[in-house]
Structures are given as C-alpha cells and as structure tokens.
Ligand binder design. Structure first.
Ligand code: PEP
Length: 258
C-alpha cells in the first residue's frame, strides 16, 4: 500500500523557502522514477506538504510548472465559505490556492479553542470544497496516565464525524492522524505497540467509512520512522519536514525495497 507522508510546516516559512520546496519536489521525483524503472511492486509514498497559507499559491504554481506529484495541504479551515471572520481562511480559499487536502483538528488548533463541534463543521466545509480531510486526534498526558487514551480517541472521532454521519455524506477518502499531544515536538514517542493499539482503536471507530488511512504523528525523525511505517499507513511530520534532506530520507524508507 502507498504510504502517506505529510509534512506540516506550521507557522514556518517565507517565500525564500521556495528552494527547500524545490529540493523536496526533485528528491521525490527521483524516488518515483527509480521505483517506476525498477519495475517492482513497491508502492512508495504519496507526499503532501502543508505550508503556511501564504505559501500555498506559490508552491502550487511551482508544482504545476514542474509537473510534480507532491500534493499540497492547508493547516486548518473555517467552516463558512466566506464572511466576516477576520483572520480566518475558508476551505474554498485553500482549494482556490491549489490545496488538495487540509489538516483539521490539529492539537495546536485545539489548544487555541477549536472543539469537536467546530471540527465537524470544518470537515463538511473541506469535503464541500473538494479537499481531503486529514483529521488529527490524540490524548494529552493526563489522559494517557489515567488510561483514558482509547476513550479520548473515540470521543474525538465521534465528535468530528458527527455531521457527516448525520447527513449521510460519503467521503471519497479520509486520513486520520494519531498525534498524542505529549509527543508533538517533545522528542518522546509512544512505543510501537502503543501506536499499533491506538491505530486499531481508530480503525474500529470508523468501520463505517471505506477509504480510511491511519497515520502516526509526533516527534518522527529519520531515525524512528521505519518502525512506525511498518505498523501504520503513514506519517504526519512537523519539525523534520522543514529539512528537505531529513524529509526525503523518511520518504526514501517507503521505497526501500526498490
Ligand atoms: C505536528 O505538529 O503535527 C507534529 C507531528 O510535530 P513534530 O513532528 O514536530 O512533533
């Protein structure tokens, strides 16, 4: 199965970071052509970069000029299509700038006030605008310590998927990233067993959707990525995705059999 590799650049990057994006596009194209010429059954990686929205249009133009298969994503979206929401960005604006996908419910957005009800409406907006949602869920350290990881994941998924279920909306595909809050940017990770259990719990909670990929995110680097790739459909990568060499070595792990 093709692995999903998603780079979340967060609030990092100016127009001068164009060079980094170009390196990423070139490296990814090389892996892809290698695997095509090796005539193997290796399915490699589908790479998505979620830059700040100020860079989306520029990056999508560069990707188009180079015929690149790198996909672009937003980092969140407002639930409304337009209106008096100073500072916000709508799903249709992301799509208009060239995004194919968008993160929703990232822990850093939840920390600044987004809740499951809002995320449920954002998910509808994303689908309506033709964006594939990348829904982020994960427990905090208190929930982990008190053995409530499973309950928290089920709650977040039920909340975020409430409206699509109520309205009977079918999703062509849904990506869910398990990102424990305490693992984001901390250098600490759950064990591979814990990750597998969390991903199984997520899969069981979304049995009614057909095209679901479950990813892991939180302090992934080229040193720990291989074991996590073995038990997941892919990775959501923050800090390490800002460094083209580091990101490309992680992408390369998905082509190892070539
Ligand atoms: C993230 O914020 O989505 C993330 C995974 O960050 P990091 O890889 O830096 O922990």
């Amino acid at each position: 199965m093709t692995k999903e590799i998603i780079g979340n650049w967060k609030m990092n990057g100016l127009l001068s970071c164009e060079a980094t994006f170009c390196e990423i596009m070139s490296g990814y194209a090389e892996y892809d052509s290698l695997s095509a010429s090796a005539d193997s059954d290796c399915e490699g990686a589908r790479l998505t970069i979620c830059p700040p929205s100020t860079l989306l249009y520029r990056f999508s133009s560069l990707a188009r000029e180079r015929d690149s298969r790198v996909l672009l994503g937003g980092q969140s979206c407002h639930h409304a299509a337009e209106g008096s929401f100073t500072g916000d960005i709508s799903a249709s604006m992301l799509h208009d700038c060239g995004a194919h996908r968008t993160l929703l419910g990232h822990a850093e957005r939840r920390a600044s006030g987004e809740n499951d009800g809002m995320i449920s409406r954002q998910l509808l907006a994303a689908l309506h605008s033709g964006l594939t949602p990348i829904l982020c869920v994960g427990e905090d350290m208190d929930e982990r310590s008190s053995g409530r990881t499973r309950i928290r994941l089920e709650e977040q998924l039920a909340g975020a998927l409430l409206l699509v279920r109520e309205m009977g909306i079918s999703m062509p595909s849904l990506l869910i990233a398990y990102e424990p809050l305490w693992a984001i940017g901390s250098g600490e990770l759950p064990s591979v067993d814990e990750i597998s259990q969390a991903l199984e719990c997520i899969m069981a909670s979304v049995y009614d959707f057909s095209e679901v990929s479950v990813l892991y995110g939180g302090s992934v680097t080229s040193k720990n990525a291989a074991a996590i790739l073995d038990c997941s459909d892919g990775l959501l990568i923050g800090k390490a995705s800002l460094d083209s060499d580091e990101l490309l070595s992680i992408v390369g792990l998905c082509y190892d059999s070539v």
